[in-house]
Design a protein around this ligand. Structure first.
Ligand SMILES: C[S@@+](CC[C@H](N)C(=O)[O-])C[C@H]1O[C@@H](n2cnc3c(N)ncnc32)[C@H](O)[C@@H]1O
Length: 336
């Protein structure tokens, strides 16, 4: 299926899921939460909604130990859903690890920081014999209507995860750059390795927010964001650092592969335009932070007008955002 038919069929499914909420919809294997609760039985994860706050007209989480910068309102959920199809198309698939045959036969999968669960829902439909567990610090994932082979849990991935050791065959994590501090990254990776089975695959996909062919206007917006990263000890270069400084550092992953893919920002055809739209919406979603570090962007309309200038600049300079995918296998346990 092509990009637009995927997006269209997903949107239709979401709409029907909203209408059918609470009922079993056997046609697309969706069911109400009540019938899938038994799969949600890991214990510590309660799916009650944590507190939130409003800023710059958007709703943000207000969880003390979580540094995540993006809003969690419907507008952001729609952006993340749409982003999934762009990423899947440019990356030529939902994952890079060699797990297709295992997924087809049926394995247990975790999506760490699953957000509104677009990856899980897409994968659950493609691989009905596998089960998909999503975990996120904020319950933007579906509470009621979801496929029978999907379940979701509320937890901070930088804390102890509510799963037993050696549990998952495949763990996927995408775009946590705006959520984790340097210490969080270490804790989260150690936890993900703990809950991964020996021989299981661990995969990360992250975007490098230091762009290639970046012009001065785009750099100004990114600098405001970087300042926040520095203050919070977050890692703007995590996409480049993940392999050597974090994954290899666990000493528990082998066969580590690294794939690098440029995402065009408003150039090189339709996908470049779509990816620009996503980036632009993401920058608007971050206005609450950007304006703290650059007074001139205090007024949202001024900031939006500046983003239009950035759009032209990226087209002219052929700016690329580089995405990095890492995937490797947990070592077999040493014989005593
Ligand atoms: C940019 S979204 C990406 C969602 C999903 N991985 C995707 O690619 O479609 C990042 C998600 O990570 C979640 N997140 C951020 N920090 C987290 C943490 N410490 N623990 C659990 N989830 C976290 C956010 O709530 C958000 O849903």
């Amino acid at each position: 299926m092509g990009f637009f038919s995927d997006l269209f069929s997903f949107r239709k499914k979401r709409e029907s899921a909203r209408i059918d909420s609470g009922t079993v919809n056997s046609a697309n294997n969706y069911a109400s939460a009540a019938s899938t609760n038994s799969k949600n039985s890991y214990g510590s994860g309660s799916n009650s909604r944590p507190s939130h706050r409003f800023d710059s007209g958007r709703r943000f989480h207000d969880i003390e130990d979580v540094s995540y910068m993006f809003p969690n309102d419907d507008e952001e959920v729609d952006r993340i859903h749409q982003q999934h199809w762009i990423v899947r198309h440019i990356m030529k698939g939902n994952y890079q690890s060699p797990v297709h045959d295992k997924l087809t036969k049926g394995i247990v999968v975790l999506d760490s920081g699953c957000g509104p669960a677009t990856w899980c829902l897409d994968m659950a439909e493609i691989y009905p014999a596998s089960t998909f567990h999503g975990v996120d610090a904020y319950p933007v994932f579906p509470a009621e209507v979801k496929p029978l082979n999907c379940s979701f849990t509320l937890a901070n991935v930088a804390d102890r995860l509510p799963y037993p050791e050696n549990h998952f065959d495949f763990i996927h994590q995408r775009l946590l750059i705006f959520g984790l501090t340097r210490t969080d990254w270490r804790n989260a990776i150690n936890e993900l390795v703990r809950v991964l089975k020996p021989g299981g695959w661990l995969e990360f996909l992250e975007a490098d927010i230091e762009f290639v062919n970046q012009g001065p206007k785009t750099a100004r917006v990114m600098n405001a964001i970087f300042q926040h990263f520095m203050i919070k000890d977050m890692t703007p270069g995590i996409a480049r650092e993940l392999g050597d400084n974090f994954i290899e550092a666990t000493g528990q992953i082998e066969n580590l592969q690294h794939k690098v893919v440029p995402f065009p920002m408003n150039h090189s055809g339709k996908l470049g335009k779509l990816f620009w739209d996503d980036f632009n919406q993401a920058c608007e979603a971050l206005h609450a932070w950007v304006r703290q570090y650059d007074d001139e962007f205090d007024d949202l309309e001024v900031y939006k007008a500046f983003m239009k200038e950035c759009k032209e600049e990226c087209e002219q300079m052929k700016t690329d955002m580089i995405w990095h995918c890492y995937y490797g296998q947990k070592k077999q346990e040493q014989q005593q």
